[in-house]
Design a protein around this ligand. Sequence first.
Ligand code: NDP
Length: 334
Amino acid sequence: MSKGLEIRLASRPKGWPTLENFDIVEVEAPQPGDGELLVRNLLMSVDPYMRGRMSAAKSYTPPYEIGKAMEGGAVGEVVASNAEGFQPGDIVRHLRGWRDYAVVGAKQATKVDPQAAPLSTYLYVLGMPGMTAYVGLVDVAEQKEGDVVFISGAAGAVGSLAGQIAKLRGASRVIGSAGSAEKVRYLLDEVGFDAAFNYHDGPVAEQLNAAAPDGIDVYFDNVGGEHLEAAIDALNDFGRVAECGMISQYNIAEPEPGPRNMFMLVAKRLRLEGFIVGDRAHLKDQFVAEVGGWLREGKINYRETVVDGLRNAPEAFLGLMRGDNIGKMLVKIA
Ligand code: NDP
């Protein structure tokens, strides 16, 4: 019988999460039932939405339970199968990360081809973050050719892809903000943003106005707070905001007042729409065809920040919150 680790939620954070909120426990590998697979996880994703699930607050996904293993996107190898269509050796993507061994219902597992692309692709460019960037721009913000697009959290997984997709779909100018000089250089030199700034260097509004003297048409918001206020100010008439995330608000203990300039939504006829990628599954084939094509043609630049070892997954998650990552933050399990 194999043993493995699992990471459990030990307590709910108040404000910033810490290592104390996690428990690392050794357990026997579970037994798959009828229609289930036993998967040995190889790679897992840590994502900002997990911060929401560590809280008790009601949201679009249920809170993690205290004392139980956490969950999230992962890729692993099937080691035993009680389900038709799956065999030991198959590589699958599923939602039971945060553990070495996972029992996964066959319906919740998607076979992926490790020959076609590196495993990380299925958790990044062709996985949830890629799809988020794509649907946010194409479906929510209805980005058009010639638009000036501003993206916050631009050096992260979603943001760096959103910038490239905007450009590939004909944006006239793509501007990004991120939290360090190294990230700004990455955006300008490697990812192809037309302008980028470090939001720690001065007020966002000033830096955004300097980068977008003629205003912006689309704002892809990953951050909220000061960034959102600055973007509302800079948006041109009939501008659109894809409200993807507000990471500046995830770790604050008390809610902060929102943008002070919401009245501009009326005068400028702006549209601001929140979205959750899971609701846009009907665009999956379109996403895979378009972004998969660019990926094969070598038109997508992607970086990964890989933390080694399941034991270090809590630290990887905290690092993601602090901004330690360029591109996608991943944890290599085996
Ligand atoms: P990232 O790879 O972008 O990692 C998070 C980044 O957020 C950090 O690297 C850090 O970079 C930045 N950050 C942290 N705190 C702040 C702050 N106070 N102000 C500004 N930036 C901050 O994560 P993802 O790409 O996975 O997610 C990006 C956003 O998209 C998140 O808001 C997430 O919740 C959202 N999301 C939404 C989905 C949906 O369906 N709506 C699906 C997936 C993600 P820096 O150094 O620049 O500060």
